[in-house]
Design a binder for this molecule. Structure first.
Ligand code: FES
Length: 116
């Protein structure tokens, strides 16, 4: 029998100063694709890069306040929660971020099997 434990792996993504405001940047790590955004107030948000509708690339979307509009069919996604706004439905995964020594790190969850 084994037990699964979620662990966060912090992956260095980009220099904070190199991120353009309100412009998405695609970050890839072990098969996962993340859209990273720096909002005009300086806050960071990282979400799954593919729209739940038809896989539009969210890093290429238009940012307005705390939302990104999918470039394909304009669905509106709330960056802090990943929730698609009404009248549409669905959500994308969100990722934690942190800044350390001027670098942006994204937290990826990895399930680790523990022997019991
Ligand atoms: S693919 Fe995003 S709204 Fe259709």
């Amino acid at each position: 029998m084994s037990v699964q434990e979620e662990q966060t792996v912090w992956v260095k993504a980009v220099s904070y100063g190199d991120l353009a405001v309100n412009t998405g940047k695609t970050i890839r790590y072990q098969g996962e694709e993340v859209a990273l955004f720096k909002l005009s107030g300086g806050k960071l948000h990282a979400i799954q890069n593919r729209c739940p509708h038809k896989q539009g690339v969210l890093a290429e979307g238009i940012v307005c306040d705390e939302h990104v509009f999918c470039p394909m069919h304009d669905r509106k996604i709330h960056l802090p929660t990943g929730v698609v706004q009404k009248p549409d439905t669905g959500c994308v995964r969100t990722y934690p971020t942190k800044i350390q020594d001027g670098l942006v790190f994204i937290g990826f969850s990895k399930a680790e099997e523990l022997a019991s």
